[in-house]
Design a protein around this ligand. Structure first.
Ligand SMILES: O=C(O)C(=O)Cc1ccccc1
Length: 278
């Protein structure tokens, strides 16, 4: 079985993918160059599943992941991994004054924005496809280039650490999802993700959706809106809640929501990652 991840070797996505297969047998990891490509790999059946970042505690949602989930209707979420993320400034040399360009994934640059503004104002910030790709670029570039990446990537690409733990807030965590083909059997500690659209723009539309969860005392763990991309001010809502879609309480809610929404798609029910959650 093939599990795709955003590569090259040394990304946080690879760490998450390794965590996801730690208690499973028969999976091999396959590296891809971008999030859309790895998700398409599953949709087009070159992969059995893929681990992709979906939200970060500092920077929020990874929009491309949600958008691809909506577009690729054959996919479902079959798992999640929550990873603590520490960023380091790494390079071929350790003198901060010699740094002229810093490479990283846009999410990592954003998670370290304050550190960069305070210490590297005027230095050119350059985006890379992943944090490990940034390390790889720096390893084959001039000494004046540095990357924001993991300690693991520093070791892998033979780079030194200029500054440790440069993320702007402590407890920086990223939630990854495993996208594959469902369904997944209930475990008793599950979560369900769904996307919905309200029938028309009128008062109380979202309230009438949320009241169904409240009535059955089901805890929502996330709500997020994304533009439909058809009309300004029109949204899709992404909701995560506790429980499995086959649980009696949640399946009652979903039945009622089908009548209250213009679109309701269950993206998946899957075991919650309790590991790093409070
Ligand atoms: O670039 C990586 O290593 C990724 O896996 C994407 C990412 C970037 C920043 C924080 C978490 C995940």
């Amino acid at each position: 079985m093939k599990l795709g991840y955003l590569g090259p070797q040394g990304t946080f996505s690879q760490q998450a993918a390794q965590r996801w297969i730690a208690d499973k047998a028969g999976w091999e990891l396959v590296s891809y160059e971008s999030i859309p490509e790895v998700i398409l790999g599953v949709a087009e059946k070159r992969l059995d599943a893929a681990v992709v970042p979906v939200e970060n505690s500092i920077e929020g949602t990874v929009n491309v992941t949600l958008d691809m989930l909506v577009e690729e209707k054959s996919l479902s979420i079959i798992g999640e991994v929550i990873l603590e993320v520490h960023h380091h400034l790494i390079g071929k040399q350790t003198d901060w004054k010699r740094v002229q360009a810093i490479y990283s994934h846009p999410q990592a640059l954003a998670q370290c924005r304050g550190f960069l503004r305070q210490n590297f104002q005027g230095v050119s910030l350059r985006t890379a496809a992943s944090t490990a790709e940034a390390a790889r670029i720096v390893a084959s570039g001039p000494d004046s280039w540095a990357a924001i990446s993991s300690r693991f990537a520093a070791e892998l690409y033979g780079l030194q650490v200029l500054a440790e733990n440069i993320e702007d807030y402590r407890g920086n965590k990223t939630r990854f999802i495993t996208v594959g083909r469902g369904p997944v059997k209930p475990t008793g500690k599950d979560k369900t993700s769904m996307v919905l659209a309200l029938p028309q723009d009128r008062p109380g539309g979202l309230y009438r959706v949320l009241e169904e969860f409240a009535a059955e005392e089901i805890n929502l763990t996330k709500i997020e809106s994304r533009p439909t991309k058809k009309e300004l001010g029109e949204y899709l809502f992404f909701l995560d809640c506790e429980g499995h879609a086959t649980d009696p309480k949640l399946s009652r809610v979903l039945d009622r929501l089908r009548r209250k929404t213009a679109l309701l798609r269950i993206l998946g029910s899957y075991p919650r990652d309790m590991g790093e959650q409070k």
